[in-house]
Write a protein that binds this ligand. Structure first.
Ligand code: SF4
Ligand code: SF4
Length: 104
């Protein structure tokens, strides 16, 4: 989605990644079934099995360079919260603000 407030940014997730590097506590699992969780590679799952494993606030399934080019290594089986996060929504704006500051 393109925000009328930010005409210079088109919220292109593949050149952003801010919400995937927002917090060591995110993303957490929620309503996924056991079958869905089993499809996520174990080395990307947190030790407490409650979410994705992060290193320095960044989800380990995120590859690439923040703000340039990024991709989710588990895109087809990513957690529900990753699916519901929408470019331009409040969480997106918060993540971008934290990572890119005023330039977000
Ligand atoms: S912060 Fe927004 S624009 Fe950036 S990857 Fe997440 S949803 Fe996409
Ligand atoms: S699972 Fe994929 S979409 Fe979700 S936070 Fe990690 S890299 Fe981002």
């Amino acid at each position: 989605m393109t925000s009328a407030l930010s005409p210079h940014h088109d919220f292109d997730c593949q050149s952003c990644g801010a919400c995937c590097a927002y917090s060591a506590e995110w993303p957490r699992f929620s309503l996924e079934t056991e079958e869905e969780l089993e499809q996520i590679p174990a080395d990307h799952v947190a030790a407490d099995l409650g979410g994705m494993r992060c290193e320095n606030d960044r989800c380990t399934a995120l590859e690439g360079t923040l703000g340039k080019f990024v991709a989710c290594k588990v895109y087809a089986v990513r957690p529900i919260v990753c699916r519901t996060c929408m470019p331009g929504d409040d969480e997106c704006l918060m993540a971008r603000q934290r990572l890119f500051g005023a330039a977000a």
